[in-house]
Design a protein around this ligand. Sequence first.
Ligand SMILES: Nc1ncnc2c1ncn2[C@@H]1O[C@H](COP(=O)(O)OP(=O)(O)OP(=O)(O)O)[C@@H](O)[C@H]1O
Ligand SMILES: [Mg+2]
Length: 230
Amino acid sequence: MIEFRHVYKTYPGPVHALKNVEFSIGKGEFVFLTGPSGAGKTTLFRMLSAFDRPTSGKVQVGDFDLDRLDAQSLPHFRRKIGIVFQDFRLLRDRSVFENVSLPLRVKEERAHLIARKVDEALAWVGLTSKAEFSPAVLSGGEQQRVAIARALVHQPGLLIADEPTGNLDPDMSEGIMDLMERVCAQGTTVFVATHDHAMVERRKKRTIQIKEGAVVGDSSVGGEAATGMI
Ligand SMILES: Nc1ncnc2c1ncn2[C@@H]1O[C@H](COP(=O)(O)OP(=O)(O)OP(=O)(O)O)[C@@H](O)[C@H]1O
Ligand SMILES: [Mg+2]
């Protein structure tokens, strides 16, 4: 489903934000991405969501070659994924309901279907009562949950979530991770960047670690080595 091959990203400076990143993730997998602040997690997700292109290397998601995606294919690709941005990126002049409905509107779904799916998604994140509010008056954790509902409302094939529990209390974080596991069990590939080591420990999922732009650990690789060919 996801392939990174020899991916480098260099920002002016130069800042070598990604260095020879290589991994693949299968359809329906649940994977954590961990690494210290500045390691390159958000940069990696920018490549994976086609917000930016690698300086060199190959990024493939399903049938889409993201390192050479043309402008016409971009909206088709985006409709298949859900993204929770580290900084939420909600529209402050629209209501919570309207924000969450956006991925359905671009698919030109019917109004009654949109209403039902948005209500459902808001219920998943416990925000039914805030549907008509502006995100501007919500707490940081509530805004983060709106962003999660928006990323999931159209049942994407791939969910990319950058620190989705960074603003949530421990109980809410657990609830959101349970939700993501349920979504994964229904077939969505889930890739979550997090600093929360305790949560990663508890969930026992594949974990890719990056440091200074390079992959320094992948628990699935270790797992294979530990169990294979004995
Ligand atoms: N547009 C840019 N121009 C120059 N340098 C950048 C740019 N974007 C990111 N960087 C640098 O690339 C490196 C990786 O940044 P990135 O945001 O990917 O880290 P991160 O792992 O997401 O960190 P955090 O955990 O704090 O969110 C950092 O050194 C950062 O300063
Ligand atoms: Mg980041």
